[in-house]
Design a protein around this ligand. Structure first.
Ligand SMILES: [Zn+2]
Length: 69
């Protein structure tokens, strides 16, 4: 089966969620970035997750240091 670089919104959402818990592989990251480029809806999901992550990081503040890539 040929790997398609084009993700469905469902796959993209799964990766967006997974990114909170682990580092994506370069292939996953590239596919997600491509999807966000061509999709109108998913960037909003990313924004929601980003604000969620910020609040979680604020909650964790002082517990562990976060290193931005
Ligand atoms: Zn999408």
């Amino acid at each position: 089966m040929r790997y398609s670089p084009f993700l469905s919104c469902r796959q993209a959402a799964r990766l967006i969620s997974a990114e909170l818990d682990r580092d994506l592989t370069p292939l996953e990251r590239a596919g997600l970035r491509l999807h966000l480029h061509i999709c109108a809806a998913c960037p909003r999901v990313v924004a929601q997750f980003a604000s969620l992550r910020r609040s979680v990081q604020g909650w964790r503040d002082g517990v562990e240091e976060t290193v931005e890539p």
